[in-house]
Design a protein. Structure first.
Length: 248
């Protein structure tokens, strides 16, 4: 009876593993082009045959200081380095330029989008880290006009790996629950934040300027600056104000 139970347990885990690997392969087929996909398959095969040698082949020690103990670790680091994806380390600045470069990799001209990139880059220094999500929403709105969408994945690390795909591919084949990682898209953000607005006209409030972002909360609209002294709550306007534009 004990042996039978152990065999059943092993069989169960093998089945789960196969499901996970199939998920990862299917996902990879959506976000990697032909040559990238072939190289990924080669790397995956190498990892299962000889993990240590394969890790040495694809990474220098400084890139894997915490070690790669599972295939999930290997996959995330591999995709971060060898795919078109943009790796954003949560809390870091530089994401404005990171998103621009990501767009260019997919042959989408960032300067043709209705986004003030210089202004966003300047805001990185004075806004809370939530600004990256605001920019994410703005980029998604703009590239959505051309049939594309941007999304991120998180596998437990303090980072997100962003990709751009055709919107129909995302909705039909990518957008689902995964065992190995969590999808990060607009729907995910909408469950985190209250509504966020951009100020498009002069509200006549000393601490609020055109181009600032406000998050709607129960007691009013909150500015989103790092400095507590710079922040204020605006309670005498509502979301229908023509000088506010909904971003998220």
């Amino acid at each position: 009876m004990v042996n039978s139970s152990n065999n059943n347990e092993e069989s169960k885990y093998m089945t789960v593993d196969r499901e996970i690997y199939k998920e990862v392969d299917d996902f990879s087929a959506e976000v990697l082009d032909g040559d990238e996909l072939l190289k990924y398959v080669e790397a995956r095969r190498g990892f299962f045959n000889n993990p240590e040698k394969t890790i040495e082949k694809y990474f220098v020690p400084e890139e894997i200081e915490d070690g790669l103990s599972t295939y999930g670790d290997f996959y995330y680091h591999y995709m971060s380095k060898y795919s078109k994806g943009y790796l954003y380390k949560i809390g870091d600045t530089g994401y404005t330029e990171g998103f621009r470069q990501l767009l260019e990799k997919y042959e989408l001209d960032p300067d043709l989008l209705d986004i003030n990139w210089e202004s966003m880059k300047e805001k990185e220094e004075v806004y809370e880290v939530d600004l990256v999500d605001v920019l994410f929403a703005m980029v998604n709105y703009e590239i959505g006009k051309h049939g594309y969408t941007m999304f991120g994945i998180n596998m437990g690390f303090e980072s997100l790996l962003y990709f751009i795909v055709r919107e129909d591919a995302y909705e039909k084949r990518i957008k689902k629950s995964y065992n190995l990682f969590t999808l990060f898209d607009l729907e995910f953000l909408e469950n985190i934040y209250n509504e966020i607005y951009e100020v498009t006209g002069d509200l006549g409030i000393a601490k609020v300027r055109i181009g600032d972002f406000l998050e709607k909360k129960e007691n009013g609209f909150h500015t989103m600056f790092k400095s507590k002294d710079a922040n204020t709550v605006v309670s005498d306007i509502n979301e229908n104000n023509e000088k506010l534009m909904l971003i998220l």
